[in-house]
Write a protein that binds this ligand. Structure first.
Ligand code: SF4
Ligand code: SF4
Length: 434
């Protein structure tokens, strides 16, 4: 009989590897009540061959099967569900009441279940506020900045900005003390206004956590899967056509450019460092501390491996990652294959290992490889100056950012009393701590 240990009352064999999952769940597919210009998910219905006019809502049977499988096939004391869209609040509060009921039904004794809900906030009202608060949902709210910036791309179907409705959602979250984080898309407009965006989120929204997502999409993103870009369309780093503003750009005009992204991050980092460190949570900055300490960065984009976060569509189709919902990256359907077999399949392991395994020489020799790991592979669609494919479109921006924060992150790590294992001060700080 194997040795056992206890986690929250759940008995786990010590020699059994931890089985933990993280799946972006799309219970309403790509259906949304608004029509953001840069949405990477609106085109999925056609791409995935879902029949037009068919309901893209997860059926009650599928929902129960999924919740049961997701719980039963993990042996971890804490299980987190991630609900995303499209716009999941279109399903109504009752759908999520059912979710909570089913989670209670299948929850083993002592296991803690949590829920994250990503929303544009426009449909949140008192009923939602009470439900989210009572059931301790963590909400990710998409909000791009002050009104002019938010309304540039986050519009409804008639082209009107959604800022006012989203801010009503913010009021609901504060009123009912719902845990939330803001998720801000950094595009060519918000990217040019870093301080306006940051100060608005800090002072007006009072965002407890600020997540920033660089908006990067090649023009072919609606029907061409990452890593399937035609070689002839892969341009060298620094070519004018890599700029979103170029008339023949390879990316959509609303994308953030590499240099804009670097300047955006450096500018808000300086503001954070001077005024808000310890008060405002910016995961990019806090996670870098881990990298400089020599640990694996908790954010997947900066980690050496992918593959731990899958995506599931409303019909049970499972994909390698939320950013890889393309037919080429479909792992299977949970009606045919057990979720854990999909998660731990050979294909998914290869997908995960490719993040580090396919880095071009420029990344392998980069002094910030330890912090960057080539960032997300879906953005690796340019060539290095030596002509090697697989370089990240944002490389220049990431290098600018890591170079800028290096001495400050070293100081933060040292102030916390830990040795600095990475970056320009690594050796000096190690000697200090010997
Ligand atoms: S593909 Fe990108 S988003 Fe998906 S796990 Fe890898 S780094 Fe993360
Ligand atoms: S900064 Fe650029 S060269 Fe360095 S690891 Fe990141 S993408 Fe590669």
């Amino acid at each position: 009989m194997s040795q056992k240990t206890q986690h929250f009352g759940q008995t786990l064999p010590l020699n059994e590897p931890a089985k933990r999952m993280s799946i972006m769940t799309k219970p309403i597919g790509s259906a949304c009540n608004i029509d953001c210009s840069y949405c990477y998910y609106l085109s999925k219905e056609e791409l995935l061959g879902h029949e037009k006019g068919c309901s893209s809502q997860m059926s009650p049977d599928m929902l129960e099967h999924y919740i049961k499988s997701y719980i039963e096939q993990q042996n971890y004391p804490e299980i987190v569900f991630h609900w995303q869209g499209g716009e999941p609040t279109l399903l109504g509060v009752n759908f999520f009441r059912d979710v909570v009921r089913l989670q209670k039904k299948y929850r083993p004794k002592g296991v803690k279940i949590e829920n994250n809900l990503q929303t544009n906030g426009t449909l949140l009202n008192d009923e939602w506020g009470k439900f989210l608060s009572k059931n301790n949902f963590m909400v990710g709210l998409s909000l791009d900045g002050p009104e002019m910036i938010h309304n540039t791309y986050r519009t409804n179907r008639s082209g009107r900005g959604t800022f006012k409705q989203t801010m009503r959602g913010v009021e609901v979250l504060h009123k009912y003390q719902v845990n939330f984080a803001t998720l801000t898309c950094v595009n060519n407009i918000s990217g040019a206004n870093p301080l306006e965006v940051y100060r608005f989120l800090r002072d007006v929204v009072r965002s407890p956590q600020m997540q920033f997502i660089p908006i990067v999409e090649p023009k072919s993103f609606r029907d061409t899967a990452p890593q399937h870009w035609p070689e002839s369309e892969v341009l060298f780093q620094g070519m004018p056509e890599t700029e979103p503003s170029h008339p023949n750009s390879i990316v959509e005009p609303w994308c953030v450019s590499a240099s804009q992204w670097g300047t955006f991050l450096c500018t808000i980092f300086d503001e954070w460092l001077e005024n808000d460190i310890g008060q405002v949570n910016v995961p990019y900055f806090e996670a870098c501390v881990e990298s400089w300490m020599g640990r694996v960065n908790p954010l997947c984009v900066f980690a050496p491996m992918c593959g731990k976060g899958l995506a599931i569509e409303h019909n049970g189709d499972v994909f390698a990652c939320d950013h890889y919902v393309y037919p080429e990256y479909k792992l299977g359907n949970i009606n045919d294959v057990a979720l854990e077999d999909l998660q731990f399949s050979k294909g998914q392991q290869e997908f995960g290992n490719a993040k580090e395994g396919t880095l071009p020489k420029q990344c392998r020799e980069c002094k910030y490889q330890f912090a960057c790991f080539g960032e997300c592979p879906k953005n690796r669609f340019i060539k290095t100056l030596e002509g090697e494919s697989g370089l990240n479109y944002l490389c220049g921006g990431w290098k600018q950012f890591f170079t800028h924060i290096d001495p400050y992150i070293s100081m933060i790590v040292a102030t916390m009393g830990y040795p600095v294992h990475k970056g320009i001060n690594a050796d000096a700080m190690k000697i200090r701590f010997k």
